[in-house]
Unconditional design. Structure first.
Length: 383
């Protein structure tokens, strides 16, 4: 068995590669010739199968410990494919803090399609079990949520799901296969926004679904081939490049987060810090039962009597004011005005999102520079 980091760097070889090229070629061909009528061929049409895309799919299936993986043009296209294996009249339980785009596709697309959805705080296993109905077919959640980093271990949910014959679907974007392999803890399907950590450089939009077994793979492949939201060969190649440095990037990001958290803990006027990778903070014990780390995203609340949160985010110089996460450059966002702006002020407060909540997606820069940036922005934001 080869080590995880070796498997990040070495993609499966392509059997037609006679050139000695050490990376998989970008196959732009949309169609592939049959040697003769009726011949069994591996590739015939690029939507159905493309060697560049398939090499990354094989690698991701291996990295997640699944049977097969499927790549799409965005995380949302992947999530659509994972949910489209259900049928009209099915009911699924979802985490109440899942990604906003996933809420939107469930409420404004899949509900019209006939899927029933119940949002639950998945940290409360009793509440999850209580929400199961006769027509419940799955539980969909994120082990670490955005922006409050709430932790739901996979095993607890998967155990309940297995007892009731439900599928467990995990959005593993926030931890990546480097820090957590949900299938190992009982998940049936794993989805990723590969736009984030997997590609890692804010220049590829991509998504992935990984299945535990071949039977689920057939159902997801049907959607991938029928709907056709596949990842292009060029973007598959960029994603393959990103994957090779996943572990290096995430180790640095996490080390940087821990330094920033240590700095903020000593500052006055910081009401709360959310990061389950720090032993002093909420979620640490739960996270460490399954995950190797907490990744590069954390949040904190500025005491609004002391600091003006808008002046703070506007004053940062290294941190770009932008949504998204998981890339080499550091980003800051104000959830109340950006990622969660569609919620009313009451809904925001109910979801725990205060106007002073700041979310940082930390990159691989020098930690000292990032700390200096926070310092100068805090000084400017002081009331
Ligand atoms: C960004 C994100 C998505 C959506 O992925 P896109 O690539 O933007 O379509 C889904 N889930 C999580 C947790 C995300 O952060």
């Amino acid at each position: 068995m080869t080590g995880f980091q070796t498997r990040l760097v070495h993609q499966p070889k392509q059997n037609d590669n006679n050139t000695g090229a050490v990376t998989v070629p970008i196959y732009k061909a949309t169609t592939f010739a049959y040697p003769k009528i009726g011949a069994e061929v591996k590739y015939d049409y690029s939507r159905s199968g493309n060697p560049t895309r398939n090499a990354v799919e094989e690698q991701l299936a291996d990295l997640e410990g699944g049977a097969r993986a499927f790549l799409f043009g965005s995380g949302m296209a992947a999530i659509h494919a994972a949910l489209a294996i259900f049928q009209k009249g099915d009911h699924i339980i979802i985490g109440d803090q899942i990604y906003g785009g996933t809420f939107r596709i469930l409420h404004q697309f899949f509900e019209n399609w006939g899927l029933e959805v119940t949002p639950i705080d998945t940290r409360d296993l009793t509440a999850v079990e209580w929400a199961i109905q006769d027509n419940t077919k799955g539980v969909y959640f994120e082990p670490v949520t955005n922006p409050l980093l709430q932790v739901t271990p996979v095993a607890g949910i998967a155990k309940i799901a297995q007892k009731h014959g439900l599928l467990t679907i995990v959005d593993n974007t926030f931890l990546s296969p480097y820090l957590l392999n949900p299938i190992e803890y009982g998940a049936d399907l794993v989805v990723h926004s590969a736009t984030k950590y997997l590609s890692g450089h804010s220049d590829v939009s991509a998504g992935a679904v990984i299945t535990k077994d071949e039977e689920l793979a057939k159902r997801v492949y049907f959607v991938q081939n029928a709907i056709g939201g596949v990842l292009s060969p060029e973007d598959s190649n960029e994603l393959a490049r990103g994957i090779k440095t996943l572990a290096l990037r995430m180790d640095r990001q996490e080390a940087n987060v821990l330094k920033l958290v240590a700095f903020l803990k000593k500052e006055k006027g910081i009401a709360k810090i959310y990061y389950p990778g720090d032993p002093d903070l909420a979620g640490y014990e739960e996270l460490k039962t399954e995950a190797k780390g907490a990744g590069g995203v954390f949040s904190f609340e500025l005491d609004e009597a002391v600091y003006d949160p808008e002046v703070f985010v506007n004053s940062l110089e290294i941190f770009a004011l932008a949504v998204s996460l998981g890339a080499v450059e550091s980003l800051v966002e104000l959830p109340s005005k950006m990622s969660h702006a569609e919620l009313s002020p009451e809904e925001q407060l109910a979801a725990g999102i205060k106007p002073g909540l700041i979310r940082l997606a930390v990159g691989i820069e020098d930690a000292d520079d990032l700390i200096e940036d926070l310092k100068q922005a805090l000084a400017k934001a002081k009331r």
